[in-house]
Design a protein around this ligand. Sequence first.
Ligand SMILES: Cc1cc2nc3c(=O)[nH]c(=O)nc-3n(C[C@H](O)[C@H](O)[C@H](O)COP(=O)(O)O)c2cc1C
Ligand code: SF4
Length: 599
Amino acid sequence: MAADSDRHFADLDSILDRHARDPNALLQILRETQECCSYISAAAIGRLSAALDIPRARIEGVAGFYSFLHLQPHGEYRVLFSDNITDRMLGSQALMDEMCRQLWLQPGKVSEDGLVSIGLTSCTGMCDQGPAMLVNGRAITKLTHQRVQEIGHLIRNRTPLSDWPADFFRVEDNIRRSGPLLDNRIAPGDVLRDVIESGKDIVAAVKNSGLRGRGGAGFPTGLKWEACRNAPGAARHVVCNADEGEPGTFKDRVLLNRHADLVFEGMTLCALAIGAQHGYLYLRGEYRYLLEPLQAVLQRRRDNKLLGKNILGQPGLDFDIVIHVGAGAYICGEESALIESLEGKRGIPRNRPPFPVTHGYLQQPTAVDNVETFCSAALAIQMGAENYRAIGTAKSSGSKLISVSGDCPRPGIYEYPFGVSVRQVLDDCGAVNTRAVQVSGPSGVCVAESEFDRKLGFEDLPTAGAFMVFDDSRDLFEVARNFVHFFAHESCGFCTPCRVGTAILKQTMDKIAAGLGTQYDLGEIEHLDHVLQTSSHCGLGRTACNPVLHTLKHFRPAYENRLKSLVFSPAFDLDGALARARQMTGRDDAGAHLKTEGV
Ligand SMILES: Cc1cc2nc3c(=O)[nH]c(=O)nc-3n(C[C@H](O)[C@H](O)[C@H](O)COP(=O)(O)O)c2cc1C
Ligand code: SF4
C-alpha cells in the first residue's frame, strides 16, 4: 500500500515538473493525474495543493466541474456511452442495457468489486460511425451487440486496453465530398514561406478574402485578427478552438487527423499577423486519441524551423504551440470559458465585453478561432483573396465542411461552396423520406421538408457544421427532448435563469413525454424562452429552448398528441381561479391555459 502511494507521488511529481509547477496548468495536471492513478484521490489533492500553492477547495472545485474527472474511485474501466440522438437512433440504449446486464451493473454505479462503471456522456463526435463509447477516455466506434459482448469479456478478464483489438479504436474520416479545403496540396510551411518572402499583409489578405469564422458565430476573421494586433499589450496569444462539442459536429476531428499541418500553419500565420509568441490548441477530451499524433506534427514543424525560435531563419520570429486537452465540458467551446479552462479554472464564461481580442488568456490580447477557420485562412492566403471570394456567396465566401449524420446511407464529411441547398446535401448523402434536418446542432435550426430549398450560409442558414437527418419514422418530439436534456446537463450552472430554466425545460419535456403535460406547459416553454433569451449569461442559455420552439413550429401534433386535456366540473370557478393565478404570479396571462383547455 505504502509502495503504491510512493509510486503515485513519484508520478505526481513528474507530472508537476512536466508542467513547471504552473497553477495555470491545473486542469492538465489533474487530467494526467487521473490518467496515471485512475482517479484524483484526497492524498493527490493534498500534494497538488502544496506544490502549486492552491487551496484544496479550489482544486476540488475545478476537478468537480469537469465530467471526465473523478474525485472518487470510478472503476478500473470507465465506460461512457455517447448519448447523442444519432447514437440513440443506432440503438445505443439497448447496447448499454445489454452491457449493464452482462456485467451485473446499474448505469451510473461502480461495480462492487471496483472493476467497472457504465454511464452516459454527451455526443462524442463519432456520429458518422456510431453508436460510440469511451472506455477510459478512448473512443470506440461502430458498436454492435457482438462488439459489446466482446468488450464485456475483455473487461471481466481485466485485459489492459492496450491489448484490445485495434479495430475497436479505428476512427474513419468518412470524407464523401471534397473541395478546395480537403483537396488542398499545401506543403508544410508553403504559405508561411511565401508570406515572409513577399512581405504580404496577412490581415489585409484575410480581410479581403471575406473569411468568416467557422465555429458558428461567423465573425469576420480578418477584423478579429486586426483588433487583436491593434490591442495594447506586450504579450499576445493564438488559441485554436478544437472543443467541437456541438452534438452532430465532427469535421474538426477530420481536419485534425488529416490536415493538422494546415491547422498549425493557419495558427502560425495568425501569430505572425498579430505578433503572438504563444499558441494553444484546446483539444476536446473525447479526441484524446489524437494527442500523440498532433504532438508528432508539432515536433516535425519544430525540426523544420516552422515553429520555435527564429521561424524560417527570421530573427525575432518566435512562436510555439502547446496542446491542452479538455475534460468533458461542452461549455468550454465558448471562447471565454475556453480561456478560463486554459488558465486551469472551471469553464465559466466571462462577462463580455471586454472580448478576448483585448482581454483573453491571462487578460492579454488573444485571437480564438475554430480549427476550420485556421485551415481556411491559410488556404485563402494561398489562393489569393479574389480566387477565394469567387467560391461561395456574397456574404459567405469559400467552402464549408458539413458533418452529415442520422438517417442516410452515406454519413460523413461533405465539403461544399457556401450556398448549397439542404435538398442538395440530402440528395448527395442518399437520404430518402426525410422529415427534418437539424442544421448546426441542438442550438441551431430544425428545417422541415417545406424548407429544404433553404441554403447553407450566413445569409440564410448559418452552421458550424452539423447536419442531422431525420426520416419519417422519427418522432421529432423525442429529438427535441434529447436536445434539452443535453442543455440541462451541460449548463455550467453559473447563472440562475439557465441553471434553473434548462432543468425546468427538461422536466416539462419529460412530463409531456409521460402523458402528463397540458397546453399550459407549451405556453410556459415560450415564456421560459423569453426569460432565457433576455437573462442568460452566454449562448448556451439563450439557445436552450430552440429545439422545442422549432419542432413545435413544424411538428406541433407530435406534442399535442401527448397532451392531457383538463376536464372541469360544472361547479369549477374559472374566473376565481384566473384571478388567484394573476394575483400569485403578478402576470396578466397567468392561468390563460385554463380557458383554452377547460371544457
Ligand atoms: C455554448 C457554446 C459552445 C461553443 N462551442 C464551440 C466549439 O466547440 N467550437 C468552436 O469553434 N466554437 C464554439 N463556440 C463559438 C466560440 O465561442 C467562438 O465564437 C469561436 O471559437 C470563434 O472562432 P471562429 O471565429 O473561428 O468561429 C461555442 C459558443 C458557445 C456559446
Ligand atoms: S447561460 Fe448557462 S452555460 Fe452560460 S454561463 Fe449561464 S449557466 Fe453557464
